[in-house]
Write a protein that binds this ligand. Structure first.
Ligand SMILES: *Cc1c(COP(=O)(O)O)cnc(C)c1O
Length: 389
């Protein structure tokens, strides 16, 4: 009835219509679904953070519009946290911008840089807002395939020169959703060289830096020499402190990039509820003990899942970070795509997983399993899989 914009028409289609329908139907029938599809922590926000929110929300001064650039107290807490965690120095005045969750910042950022016809270099499979934000800004995604044979890192040398010339942004997300792959400093050093040479802005998404196992500590892109000249990094309290619903994250890095994102946002929103910002600052300044406890919980689930799948003869890489397992669909009697395989798991075993194709075409052939359910449920899921495979 209404004429929709070309940009909205270009957004990738929503592929999970059928699966969502089947899921609703299964729930409606009272079937005991185990949902391994959810990229959202199942554990609550630590009580001391909730308590800080409660106190702060009783102070009337938090009820008014907050400053666009975020409270100084939060920006200082972020600078402190980055210094302790990554040994990266950030100026709270110019190099940090609190966000209403990192997703909005990631999606709004291209509005500051892309003109019609410009490209963003985007890994595929990926977190969907990289493509969505690029398209809404009028740009074109150029997909950098992530292949298992290249450790799910993009091969920057494969990007054609004519694309490079029109590329303004390049996205990187390690630890990675959905592949659970991590990146090391050598790779990032190559990215800095590549981006500097081709005058491309690096967008690093570090949402999963604190979800890691076996003593592994993910690095920040900003630790790389020269990174701050060309990069903005997005981070979030969502996964680190089980705060997805609170909507608080931040962008940091190059001052000019941060200020241009702030300029876009000053036309769109009016900041984050101050009480949430104070609670976020409290979380970042306080003991990080809870993070370790949370990782121990995920690690036990990971081990249960990986051992269980291997006992079924599936080849699985045990992730070093994130709460996902990225699983190649096993060879069955006949080839089956990720949507059909996921539908089969739901129909025959009451298991919900995320089909790889939902993260882009190079995600085909895989499913993503999230470690956001209890070890008992994971054990039960393995028992169910055994019965049908
Ligand atoms: C969960 C997630 C985020 C965080 O999103 P928020 O908007 O901060 O809740 C960012 N990037 C990736 C890849 C994620 O999976």
């Amino acid at each position: 009835m209404f004429k929709i914009s070309d940009r909205i028409k270009k957004l990738p289609p929503y592929l999970f219509v059928e699966i969502d329908k089947a899921k609703r139907k299964a729930r409606h029938e009272g079937r005991d679904i185990i949902d391994l599809g959810i990229g959202d922590p199942d554990q609550p926000t630590p009580a001391y953070i909730i308590e800080r929110l409660y106190q702060a929300s009783k102070d009337h001064s938090t009820h008014r519009y907050s400053l666009d650039q975020g409270l100084m107290e939060l920006r200082q807490a972020i600078a402190h946290w980055y210094r302790v965690r990554f040994r990266v120095e950030l100026d709270p005045d110019t190099e940090i911008l609190p966000l209403i969750g990192s997703k909005e910042g990631i999606a709004h950022f291209p509005l500051a840089f892309l003109n019609e016809g410009d490209y963003s270099l985007i890994p595929d499979p990926c977190y969907p807002p990289y493509k969505g934000g690029t398209i809404i800004a009028g740009g074109n995604p150029y997909l950098m395939p992530l292949y298992e044979s290249n450790a799910f890192l993009p091969d920057l040398s494969k990007i054609p020169l004519n694309i490079l010339k029109k590329s303004k942004l390049a996205y990187f997300n390690y630890p990675n959703n959905p592949t659970a792959q991590t990146a090391d400093k050598d790779f990032y050093q190559d990215v800095v060289k590549f981006a500097t040479k081709n005058k491309i802005i690096v967008v690093s998404d570090l949402a999963y830096s604190e979800i890691a196992y076996d003593g592994y500590r993910p690095v920040s892109f900003l630790e790389t020499q020269g990174a701050k000249d060309i990069a903005i990094e997005f981070h979030s309290l969502s996964k680190t402190y089980n705060m997805t619903g609170w909507r608080v994250g931040w962008a940091c890095g190059n001052a000019e990039l941060v200020s241009l994102l702030a300029k876009v946002k000053s036309n769109i929103d009016s900041g984050i509820f101050s009480a949430i910002q104070l609670a976020a600052a409290y979380a970042l300044n306080g003991s990080q003990e809870q993070i370790r406890n949370m990782c121990n919980i995920y690690q036990e689930r990971r081990d249960t899942l990986v051992q269980g799948l291997r006992s079924l003869g599936w080849q699985v890489t045990s992730p070093k970070a994130t709460f996902y397992v990225w699983l190649k669909i096993p060879k069955l009697n006949k080839a089956i795509d990720s949507l059909k395989f996921s539908a089969l798991l739901l129909e025959k075993a009451d298991l919900v997983v995320t089909p790889g194709i939902g993260f882009g075409k190079y995600g085909e052939g895989y499913i993503r399993i999230a470690l956001t359910v209890s070890t008992e449920k994971i054990k039960e899921a393995i028992i169910r899989l055994k019965k049908i495979i």
